[in-house]
Write a protein that binds this ligand. Structure first.
Ligand SMILES: Nc1ncnc2c1ncn2[C@@H]1O[C@H](COP(=O)(O)OP(=O)(O)OP(=O)(O)O)[C@@H](O)[C@H]1O
Ligand SMILES: [Mg+2]
Length: 235
């Protein structure tokens, strides 16, 4: 190999290295489609990991700042950073990761350069997807970006989809499971259903893990199942 191409390879592997080398898991929720539950999932995963005793940081990459405002409103203080510029994400994510067990990134809506930057830095990309034809269709563009990152980073980030906001008892969910199976990404077994207790959580400054009542317990159980699968993927 020529000296020049060796140098090029070294630079590339430095740029595209993930946090795995530092034994930190960086997990991003990405999907260009708005409202598919990226911020809700990110916030709940941070809370869940923190309660499990891990040192976790939320990186809010969405200018709407939903997840960081949500974390700030919770009864316990959780660390977070707001980083929405692509260069900031590329530069800062590895530095921040040195101080935590997990870094959870809440991706922005839309196909942005920030999403590309995130995909160049994370170990695992999770794509929440609502079970409607429109949502399944637009998830394809996010999967395309993931594939591009994987081709540059020799297979990283790992990636999976899950069905979010599914309405219980509808056929759409079964059809979505079938269609997601064709997306080329694995589909996680856990499904998070549409539930009023999840919808209310942001406004009340809580997560379903800290709310009382049967509906919150059911939602917490769904998240628990989902997060176990997610953490398993980076273990
Ligand atoms: N499982 C659920 N059940 C009921 N409501 C939900 C559920 N998940 C999310 N929501 C609600 O749907 C809306 C969109 O969720 P969220 O903000 O998490 O999506 P997002 O993907 O981050 O959106 P954006 O792309 O705009 O940032 C919010 O009002 C949230 O409370
Ligand atoms: Mg959001």
């Amino acid at each position: 190999m020529s000296k020049q191409s060796l140098q090029h390879l070294t630079i590339a592997s430095t740029i595209f290295s993930s946090f795995t080398e530092n034994h930190v898991a960086a997990i991003a929720f990405v999907n260009q489609k708005g409202g598919c539950s990226k911020s809700t999932s990110s916030t709940h995963l941070c809370y869940w990991l923190n309660k499990a005793g891990h040192k976790v940081l939320l990186v809010d990459a969405d200018v709407q700042k939903s997840s960081s405002r949500w974390l700030a409103s919770l009864e316990t203080a959780f660390p977070y950073e707001v980083l929405s510029a692509p260069n900031e994400l590329l530069d800062q994510l590895p530095k921040l990761a040195e101080q935590y067990d997990y870094v959870i990134i809440d991706g922005p809506a839309g196909l942005t350069e920030a999403t590309r930057a995130i995909l160049l830095r994370v170990d695992l990309a999770i794509v929440p997807c609502q079970p409607t034809g429109l949502d399944l269709d637009s998830a394809g563009e996010t999967i395309y970006l993931i594939r591009q990152a994987q081709s540059v980073r020799m297979g990283l980030p790992k990636a999976a989809m899950f069905i979010a906001r599914a309405v219980k008892g509808t056929k759409l969910k079964d059809e979505a499971v079938r269609l997601l199976g064709k997306s080329g990404l694995p589909t996680l077994k856990a499904v998070v259903h549409q539930s009023q207790t999840i919808a209310d959580a942001f406004g009340q400054g809580v997560t379903v893990f800290s709310s009382k009542g049967r509906a919150s317990t059911a939602a917490a159980r769904e998240y628990d199942k989902l997060f176990r699968e997610i953490v398993e993927m980076v273990s």
